[in-house]
Design a protein around this ligand. Structure first.
Ligand code: PA5
Length: 419
């Protein structure tokens, strides 16, 4: 189960906190009933037949592909990348290459270079089926597949995850006979990692998707009646915002969580940043970033609070070696576990930042494994929905994302868009 803690201080108004908790608790049912609240019950009612089909597809990809090119942007790639990297990367033969998450020709060339001489398949993910970034990348990799394998075999190496009934990608998949998986209508991109959007790539990476879902089920049980710890975290964020802390830094001491930070930033940024409101989500990976952003956090403008993602349990076996001399001054650490040193740095950082006037929150996951990560994903999704409703915004839409697209289409001369 995911824990939430905070250090009481004069920066935190306890009465307001209790009021906000009550308010946040009331929004669980609202999230569940929302047209885009499908993620709330997903861990229980996901499509079991599709889940089984995903596993078969993952097995085939592991057998016939050195590389799976995952094409998607935003909620269509951040979640599975976060999970795969947080769990230490691909475990089997098939490596994942990401494409279609920018328009950079350099990144596209790099992705193309990575499949040179390798057997590969393509997982193209787009709920709308019309997003420019993945659509352009898909064209390029589709052509490469056809060049290498011919039309018929290429079609067998394309897996399309998209809307069940509509969109350009859906229509092409039907016309060409690609295997398709569904992005449910009632789940938005940033809440979709536990659907086929995330699960195919995660399964291909050799990660146990049953255990991932089990973790989400467990966390749902803990949160579904009154929001549990997610309501507390959501409430605290809003308390701090009202006190002028409008930047939240997600901090952790595990570099393999850097992509998880990106997923979290999208989840909260796209859900809350609207109507002139919202907490700006930022992130650090420590202790690395203590040597870059640490100065600002300790002594810069006092508008930020920090949320540390902590890992329970311990990682044994990496020990500071004994040495016959003390020239480096490290004798006091001899024989100590690196995990102990890392956790001590974490504790010291929290204490220093609190002393520096930074409100510090903590979210504790039991371990770094599938079950804990499934729980953490569900915890943040629920927290985000409750926090967004408490803030007074719709946490499930993203109207602002269209603005750049409209102007880009005008400039690129897309039919129907006048300059
Ligand atoms: O969370 C969201 O809804 C967005 O980030 C989308 O996932 C992103 O814009 C990609 O959209 P699509 O899957 O339609 O290509």
């Amino acid at each position: 189960m995911i824990e939430f803690k905070y250090t009481p201080s004069k920066l935190i108004d306890e009465n307001l906190y209790q009021e906000k908790i009550e308010e946040a608790r009331g929004y669980v049912a609202r999230a569940q009933q929302d047209d885009f609240g499908g993620w709330v019950d997903l861990p229980l009612n996901y499509d079991k037949d599709e889940f089984a089909r995903l596993k078969v597809a993952a097995k085939k990809i592991n057998e016939d592909s050195d590389i799976l090119v995952c094409i998607g942007i935003g909620g269509s790639y951040l979640g599975h990348r976060a999970v795969i990297e947080a769990l230490g990367g691909e475990r089997g033969r098939t490596k994942i290459v990401y494409a279609g998450n920018s328009l950079s020709p350099r990144m596209l060339e790099k992705a193309v270079a990575e499949i040179e001489g390798k057997d590969f398949s393509v997982n193209v993910i787009s709920k709308s089926g019309t997003t420019t970034e993945p659509a352009v990348a898909f064209r390029i990799f589709k052509q490469l597949l056809i060049d290498k394998y011919g039309e018929t075999e290429a079609a067998k190496r394309i897996y399309a995850t998209t809307d069940a009934n509509k969109g350009a990608l859906h229509d092409e998949a039907v016309a060409k006979g690609y295997e398709t998986f569904v992005v449910p209508d009632n789940i938005g991109g940033r809440y979709s990692v536990l659907t086929a959007v995330g699960l195919l790539a995660i399964a291909v990476a050799g990660i146990d998707i049953d255990r991932l879902m089990d973790g989400a089920v467990e966390e749902r049980t803990a949160l579904i009646s009154d929001g549990g710890k997610a309501a507390e975290y959501a409430a605290m964020r809003n308390v701090l915002l009202e006190k002028g802390y409008d930047i939240e830094i997600l901090a952790n001491f595990e570099p393999q969580f850097s992509q998880f930070n990106e997923w979290w930033k999208q989840l909260f940024g796209e859900s809350e940043g609207k109507d002139g409101k919202g907490i700006y989500p930022a992130s650090v990976v420590d202790s690395t970033d203590l040597h870059s952003m640490g100065q600002y956090i300790q002594e810069g403008r006092r508008a930020l609070f920090e949320t540390f993602v902590e890992v329970g349990g311990s990682y044994r076996g990496v020990i500071v070696p004994e040495f016959g001399e003390n020239l480096d001054g490290l004798q006091y650490l001899e024989g100590k576990e690196m995990d102990y040193i890392n956790k001590t740095a974490n504790e010291a950082t929290r204490e220093a930042h609190i002393a520096g006037g930074v409100p510090v929150l903590e979210i504790v996951m039991p371990d770094i494994d599938e079950r804990s990560l499934g729980g953490l994903i569900y915890f943040f999704e629920m927290s985000c929905a409750l926090s967004g409703f408490t803030l007074g915004v719709n946490p499930f839409n993203q109207p602002g994302v269209e603005a750049y697209k409209t102007r880009m289409f005008e400039l690129l001369g897309k039919p129907g868009y006048d300059k």
